[in-house]
Design a protein around this ligand. Structure first.
Ligand code: FCB
Length: 441
């Protein structure tokens, strides 16, 4: 293994709706995910984030777990409807106070807070006005970001504008796998452009208000391959690749949309927009799990659907394929295309881990996955990728969106009945990795 720079950041990631619970406590307003969870068929089992890990009340215990693992950084998100219950206008003081307490506790534990402004939980009141399909959404987001930057910018220096732009726009507006569950080309294109504008406006607000801010955006990138390598799936893969991998990175970092999207999105782009979107960024946040296989499917909004991995692919836990080489290749591709420092803001492995008779959770499948992906990260660094940090998804088992509580990604097990936290074998493995990496630096 290569030795990493002394200031290499080891962290864990979470998001508000997936862990906080306390959905109707202290004045929080409803989000589009509360609505989704109440919609028949929206989430497996009818699960919801109403209680989740009850992190809103148990955050101090969770920060202590992070300190014990030895992480240097904690990536979390703010719930927009907790601080602005209707999305705009009146602020909710108890909601703002919660993040003050959280940030202070994280700092006292010697951990650096990395604040993600938006991880998918749009206030329902804003969806009722059209959500991201309304051009005004860029302004709503800018005002919300301004509120956070003013309030927390004295203590928080690491800022993330959005988590996984393409997932929540594609699955929210074209393929109905996430809130708000719309399937409409026109709304999808509008949402793409307005989220890009919001990103640019958010960067400007943070830059103006937070001295010394280090700002990134978190992109999910995974290679898109035609299912079975078949030529009839090639165009499906090419369009999905644009939607998934390029539609946000390219305008934000290169100042233009990829070709297919550029043609379709033209009616929504106004003079000056591309300069508003393409703002100077400090680092590229990468979330990566594994490659995607696309197949032609005329019944979907864009004519493509999710295909299957080759039948002989190695899989883990919930059946996702394990392709560590694709992770290395992605890091090299980002380096080639965007030439900037990279922080791996999510990487991890789901499963249905449960304790054995003695209460031990021996998640060797996750340790294997993390080991392989870390080795690939080292390969990319040797190949010239400027990787500055690595965050495991996730600290805790949590509400995994459409799959509810069935898919556990935590390195700490959560018993959702008792809310008892138990570090899994992977938490000890990660603690040890961090210790070894630090002493080798
Ligand atoms: C990512 C999301 C995160 C979590 C992981 C498993 O796409 O950003 O919230 O759901 O996948």
């Amino acid at each position: 293994m290569t030795s990493l720079p002394k200031d290499f950041v080891w962290g864990v990631s979470t998001s508000a709706y997936q862990i906080e619970g306390a959905a109707a406590v202290d004045g929080r307003g409803p989000s589009i995910w509360d609505t989704r969870c109440r919609t028949a068929g929206g989430v497996v089992n009818g699960d919801s984030g109403d209680v989740a890990c009850d992190h809103y009340h148990r955050y101090a215990e969770d920060v202590a777990l992070m300190r014990d693992i030895g992480v240097g950084a904690y990536r979390f998100s703010v719930a927009w409807p907790r601080v602005l219950p209707r999305g705009r206008g009146a602020v909710n003081q108890p909601g703002l106070d919660f993040y003050d307490r959280l940030i202070d506790t994280v700092l006292e534990a010697g951990i650096e807070p990395w604040l993600c402004v938006y991880h998918w939980d749009l206030p329902q009141a804003l969806q009722d006005r059209g959500g991201w399909a309304d051009r005004d959404s860029a302004g709503w987001y800018a005002d919300y970001t301004t509120l956070l930057a003013r309030r927390y910018g004295d203590r928080v220096k690491r800022w993330i504008t959005f988590n996984e732009f393409s997932v929540f726009t594609l699955f929210g507006y074209a393929i109905p796998w996430a809130a708000p569950g719309i399937t409409d080309r026109d709304q999808h294109l509008r949402a793409i452009h307005h989220v890009n504008l919001a990103h640019g406006a958010g960067v400007d607000a943070i830059r103006a208000l937070v001295p010394g801010a280090s700002i990134g955006a978190v992109h999910n990138r995974q290679r898109v391959l035609p299912e079975g390598g078949r030529p009839e799936n090639a165009e499906a893969a090419a369009l999905l690749d644009e939607h998934w991998n390029l539609t946000f990175c390219d305008p934000q970092l290169l100042g233009h949309y990829p070709p297919r999207v550029a043609r379709a999105i033209e009616p929504y782009v106004q003079a000056g927009d591309m300069a508003r979107i393409c703002r100077p960024m400090d680092w590229f946040g990468l979330n990566h799990y594994g490659p995607i296989f696309a197949r032609v499917n005329p019944d979907t909004t864009w004519g493509y659907g999710w295909g299957d991995a080759p039948p002989d692919s190695p899989t883990y836990g919930v059946g996702w394929a394990v392709f560590p080489d694709a992770f290395r290749d992605e890091l090299m591709e980002i380096t080639r295309r965007y030439r900037m420092p990279i922080v791996i803001t999510e990487n991890g492995c789901g499963g249905s881990d449960s304790p054995d008779e003695s209460g031990v959770i021996d998640d060797q499948h996750r340790i294997n996955y993390l080991r392989l992906y870390n080795a690939s990260m080292h390969e990319a660094i040797r190949g010239g990728a400027d990787v500055r940090g690595y965050f495991v998804w996730s600290l805790l088992d949590n509400f995994e969106w459409g799959s509810g509580y069935g898919n556990r990604f935590g390195i700490v097990h959560v018993d959702f009945e008792s809310q008892k936290r138990t570090p899994k074998a992977s938490a000890r493995w990660y603690a040890d990795l961090i210790k070894r990496a630090r002493s080798a630096a």
